[in-house]
Design a binder for this molecule. Sequence first.
Ligand code: VAH
Length: 321
Amino acid sequence: MEDAKILVTGANGQIGTVLTKALKATYGDTHVIATDIRPATQGMWKTHILDVTQRSALEEVVHREKVGYIFHLAALLSATAEQKPQQAWEVNMSGWTNVLEVAHAQGVRRVFFPSSIAVFGPHTHRQLAPQFGPLTPTTIYGVTKVAGELLGQYYWHKYGLDVRSLRYPGIVGYQSLPGGGTTDYAIDIFYKALQGQPYTCFLNPDTRLPMMYMDDAIRATIELMKAPVSKIRVRIGYNIAAMSFTPAQLAEAIRTYIPDLQVTYRPDFRQEIAASWPEQIDDTHARNDWEWQSHFDLDAMTQDMITHLKDNAMALSQSQQ
Ligand code: VAH
């Protein structure tokens, strides 16, 4: 992706922050344009304030900067979306439609769409969600992700626009704070544990979900976008997997380092969202097509999180929120 500028929408979000940093480190600060609807809290880079629902504003920056690659991360996540379904549809769908239309009109080379295991629903095999199978999500977030995947596939078949997509599991990382996701518990618990405080989990202790460490998710995203077009044989979202665990299993893994961690389980509306998702994902197609391979399991993730968060100032800022 050296041959043209890269634009990231949602660059200051949970994944966007880490992805933008990785892309800037690889391709150079000025080669990567970080856009978001709000400025970066940690002041890492100059943010171009952009509302992706405003097509003309998006078109102007893509044209002016001769953007060749777009990573479109701007969206409302599952929990927030369930509380504001109309806004979620508006942002998630008009934002994505604008990106596709502008990319097609401006000759953008490749576009990334972040899908999610939220595309799956009650008709999906819970123990192992297949790459191809019924997608009947019961959340508005999942509906926007299924529609988004199908739109991306349409622009590939209709216009030859090279749209690529991953179905992210729940993502856990220390580099950024989560925002409105059903899997955010898996990050929040680390902050509480390191502050020596008890944690109240909004999911049941036995709610097993597919999860992935941020480092793996960022590497998967960049590897997918760098893969030769001949290797991309799935034009809806690729299933990718790393591990699956329950809140109780995560708490136990953290107690290896912080034995006194106390967790209370008080499920809220997010339990119903999580219960509609599968427990494990079959990522055979990603492994076969572009050699996907995860590197972090639950123990390796827990160790890396503790190591980084122990000295991370963010842990303090989280306690002040
Ligand atoms: C969410 N973190 O909770 C996101 C993700 C699989 C969950 O899509 O909405």
